[in-house]
Write a protein that binds this ligand. Structure first.
Ligand code: DOR
Ligand code: ZN
Length: 343
């Protein structure tokens, strides 16, 4: 039985760090295991300009624990007023690595997102020209579309038309939750990839709703039926370079989650690597863990893989079940099975 596994240090290609006290509380958990992360811009107010991204980057660097080796890769939040020149400047400076598309109203702090996709065509044209990727929150927001169908409908109604209109635009479908999305990614030879979260490899919709409602498993896009979870497991563990890790670790205090209308998000930063090693081992794919966590992402983003390595040992990990923040406790995602790998 394999007792240890050494891989290049992982990166997280989709992470919510928040700001202020919450940033200081959660950042050490990501910085411990990950060398770099794509930082989501859905703050209040959102990070929409290069100047705001630079300021946010400074706040993250200031919140890093002494001696931490962690590089935040910044993104801009796409609005209908985004200035293509500002985007191009921030990219040329090496400050931003992607622009994030939130359909207006799709998720946490997405009110400033896009309603009329024609209005962002000039920005997308410029991004295609300069090779700056678009990260998509792939859900339509129309209230008549069932929440479990919103990702598949987004592909047909929004994403495919955008990709046809901007054939050179590089796109990352974020946190995919369906077999439809995995198949759509495979339909393209280049320029299209997807991140997959830790929690979507572990839970299906029954985990959220059967036998009682479990708010800590509620996230967006919401977990789908079991066939979709299994399709994500196949995609993630396959080694296919088009799929890589984006945890979407999204901390909310228990007070904000345990509400009549609770927030969406699973906080997985502390135990993601232990869970992933378990998932890959259970699927007989430990050899492909490094591709998913450490190789495929940098290759798509045009960055070198990390030179440093981490060794994971077969040993029961000691993860907290929740972390304290000045705003209240934040529950750590519970995979619901025993973990045998420590990072
Ligand atoms: O579950 C989620 N939480 N999905 C998102 O898209 C946003 C995130 C958050 O910011 O809390
Ligand atoms: Zn997210």
């Amino acid at each position: 039985m394999t007792q240890s596994i050494t891989i290049r240090r992982p990166d997280d290609w989709h992470l919510h760090l928040r700001d202020g006290d919450m940033l200081r509380a959660v950042l050490p958990h990501s910085a411990r295991d990950f060398a770099r992360a794509i930082i989501m811009p859905n703050l209040v107010p959102p990070v929409v300009t290069g100047a705001q991204a630079a300021a946010y980057r400074e706040r993250i660097m200031a919140a890093l624990p002494e001696g931490a080796d962690f590089t935040p890769l910044m993104t801009l939040y796409l609005t209908e007023d985004t200035d293509p020149d500002d985007v191009a400047r921030a990219h040329a400076e090496g400050l931003i690595h992607a622009v994030k598309l939130y359909p207006a109203g799709a998720t946490t702090n997405s009110a400033s997102g896009v309603s009329n996709f024609d209005k962002v065509a000039p920005v997308l044209d410029r991004m295609a020209e300069i090779g700056l990727p678009l990260c998509t929150h792939g859900e339509v927001t129309d209230s008549e579309i069932d929440i479990f169908d919103r990702e598949a409908v987004f592909i047909d109604r929004v994403l495919d038309p955008i990709r046809r209109a901007h054939p050179n635009l590089r796109v990352i479908m974020e946190h995919i939750t369906t077999a439809d999305a995995a198949d759509y990614v495979r339909s393209a030879d280049s320029g299209l990839a997807a991140t997959i979260t830790t929690h979507h490899l572990v839970i299906n919709r029954n985990h959220i709703l059967a036998g009682g409602i479990r708010p800590h498993y509620y996230c967006l896009p919401v977990a789908k039926r079991e066939t979709h979870r299994l399709a994500l497991r196949v995609a993630a563990t396959s080694g296919d370079a088009r799929f890589f890790l984006g945890t979407d670790s999204a901390p909310h205090t228990d007070g904000a989650k345990l509400q009549p209308c609770g927030c969406a998000g699973c906080f997985t930063a502390p135990n993601t690597l232990s869970i992933l090693a378990q998932v890959f081992e259970d699927d007989g794919a430990l050899d492909n863990l490094e591709a998913f966590t450490s190789l495929n992402g940098p290759a798509f983003y045009g960055l070198p893989p990390n030179e440093t390595r981490i060794t994971m040992r077969r040993e029961a990990p000691q993860h907290p079940s929740s972390i304290d923040t000045p705003d209240g406790p934040v529950t750590v995602f519970d995979p619901g099975f025993d973990l045998h790998w420590t990072s």
